[in-house]
Ligand binder design. Sequence first.
Ligand code: NAD
Ligand code: TYD
Length: 351
Amino acid sequence: MKRILVTGGAGFIGSHVVRRFVTKYPDIHIYNLDALTYAGNLENIKDIEKADNYTFIKGDITDADFITGLFNKFSFDGVIHLAAESHVDRSIKDPLAFVKTNIIGTLNLLNASKELWGKDSGEKRFYHISTDEVYGSLGAEGLFTETTAYDPNSPYSASKASSDHFVRAYGETYGLPYVISNCSNNYGPNHFPEKLIPLFINNIIENRALPVYGDGKYTRDWLFVKDHAAAIDLIFFEGKNHETYNIGGFNEWQNIDLVKLLCRLMDVKLDRGAGTSEKLITYVTDRPGHDLRYAIDATKINRELGWKPSVTFEQGLEITIDWFLENKEWLKNVTSGEYEKYYEKQYLDSH
Ligand code: NAD
Ligand code: TYD
C-alpha cells in the first residue's frame, strides 16, 4: 500500500483533498499531518476519521526533528503539502508566523523528502500547493500564466513565493521530483470565516456589518474547493515532474458585485425582504498593499490533463450557503473564543 503524507488536511482545502483521496483510493494510506492551529479543525473530516486507510497525526511542520522522525517512521511515497498560514490580513499583522510555517516548514518537508528518497526517487513525488498571489497584481487586462514572473506584494504571498522557489531549487539542485500548482481563490464548505465569502455569509446570518475594503472594485477569480481538490488529484498522479500548473475558475468578480450577489442569495435563503442584507454593506479602510486583480489562465491544466471546473459559480455558491446554514454548530464552534479577539483587532480597532 502506498503511503501519502498530506499536510494541513484539517484545514479548508486540505480536508476536501483528504476526503477525496481516502474515499477514492482505498489502496493508498493517507497520513494527515496538521498542527490544528486556529484554522485546523478535525470536525472538517469527521466523516472519514475511522477509515482503514487514514491516520491523523497532530504535529508541526516547523519542528525539523519531528518531521525527520515522521518520515523515517512511515517512509512516505509522496507528499501533498497544503499546511500553511493562509490569510493575507494576518500576514500583515504577523509576518514572522508566515516565514516560520510557509518557508521553514516547507524546507523541513523538502529536507526530509530528499533524505528519505535519496537518488531512488523515481516513483516519488513532492506536490507543493501554492497560490496565484505569488504573481502579484494584474491591471484591468491579462491573465496569470505559468510563466508570469513572480511579484508578490503581501507577506503571505512573499512567503508562498519563497517556498515555491525552494521547491523548485530542490528539484534543480538535488533532483527532488516535484510538482507545484498555483490556484486562484477557493470557496466552499468548511471555509474559515475570516476570508471574504464565509465571513460575509456569517455576518449576514448574524446581522453584522459587511466590511468591504476600499472601493470594493478589487477582483478575484473564484473556484469551488472541490474542483481544486479534483485538480490536485489529477496533478498528483498525472502532472509532469518539475512542472507548474495554474488552476483557476474562469470566474472573475469584483468584490462589491460578489457581495451584492451573496446578499441577494442570502435574503432568499433566510426569507428576509429583498435588499435587507445589502444594507449591511460598510466600506472600510483598505488593506495595505491590496492586490487589484487576480485572474488565472488555466489553459495548461485543461489542455494537458483535461481538467475544468465542474460547477458554475451560482451552483457552487448555493452549495456553500446551504452548507453554512446547515452547519450552524460548526460555525458557532469556530467563531467562539479566539475568533472574537481576532475580529475585534481586525475590524473594530483599525477601521
Ligand atoms: P487553511 O488556513 O484553511 O488551513 C491550513 C491548515 O494548515 C490548517 O489545518 C492548519 O492547522 C494547518 N497548519 C498551519 N500551520 C501548520 C504547521 N506549522 N504545521 C502543521 N500544520 C499547520 O488554508 P487553506 O485555505 O485550506 O489553504 C491550504 C493551502 O492552499 C495553503 O498552502 C494555501 O497557501 C493554498 N491556497 C489556498 C487558497 C485559498 O483560496 N484558500 C488558494 C490557493 C492556494
Ligand atoms: P480574501 O478572502 O482575504 O482572499 P485574498 O486576499 O487572499 O484574495 O479576500 C478576498 C477579497 O475580498 C480581497 O480583495 C480582500 C477583500 N475583503 C474585503 O473587502 N473585506 C474583508 O473583510 C475581507 C476578509 C476581504
